[in-house]
Design a protein around this ligand. Sequence first.
Ligand code: 3HC
Length: 314
Amino acid sequence: MDIQKFVDYVHGDNKVEPKDMMPDDYRQLLVRQISQHAHSEVVGMLPEANWISRAPSLRRKMALLAKVQDEAGHGLYLYAATETLGNGNMIADRDALYEDMLAGKAKYSSIFNYPTLSWADIGAIGWLVDGAAIMNQVMLMGNSYGPYSRAMVRICKEESFHQRQGYEILMALCRGTKQQKEMAQIALNRFWWPALMMFGPPDEHSSNSRVSMNYRVKRETNDSLRQRFIDVSVPQAEFLGLRIPDKSLKWNEERGHYDFGELPWSEFQEVLKGNGPCNKKRMEAKRKAQRENEWVKAAAVAFSEKQIKEEHNL
Ligand code: 3HC
């Protein structure tokens, strides 16, 4: 395969489709990233589901239910996008990829290994986690792989509702009692730094960025997206009357950006190794769900096989 011709093609903002010829490392990069993105969506359902039965009103419960259901749908889009990459010598089978995650051989976003201890955490997740996801996913709408780029367009529309309902939860708390505002500040203190880690390690430690940028999968670097997210989030925190937990945070007129403190990268590495506050709990929950819901999958597969037989008079 003429790699330079392929690179020129994607550099011309052309989309690669499943049946197109593509370099093995491009295919591998996409299987890795899209499947891990899908794992993040389905594991991300757990921290929020923890509060569905304890939402403070029917309206909040309905919004949270809708959001958690959306995340499941995002996972399905992304597993389906991953499976378009399967070919003779490359696995892109969702069951095998999911097993890799359960076995700790594949990643999901570090952020979902933090607990949701209060209702304000649900607000902080919507505002910061979905806000960070939107920042990253809007960039991914322009990625070179057609199915992934189109999935992002649909997902981003739903993410903006997710972010808005989270920010509204915090707005209500910050305009409530002193205790409610304190709860919102504690949630911001706990989720601020883990949300910044969602953008990945610093560029100089990003092992995949160079290839990903060259193949136009990643269109912006980890640090550039992180900076943009901070610049957008600081005024939003000020509007809520909340303090960002970073003593080094300061507007730098010359740079036209906020300067900020060093992220806790050792914590990030520990979470990636499986030693975060909730890693084990998340995987146990997913294994339990898989065991208990095996019959649903078997029934769905049996039903679809029956339909295929009937449609083709087999
Ligand atoms: N959590 C877990 N692993 C992370 C991570 C994080 N926050 N950031 C980076 N990593 C991993 C990478 O996967 C890579 O490991 P691998 O080679 O084994 O996959 C390693 O750390 C080095 O990082 P790189 O920067 O080299 O990796 P990437 O180029 O893949 O960049 C990324 C990392 C920016 C997360 C990129 O993979 C990406 O854009 N992924 C798609 C978006 C995504 O997955 N978002 C997760 C959140 S989804 C979500 O929030 C759902 C929403 O509805 C709430």
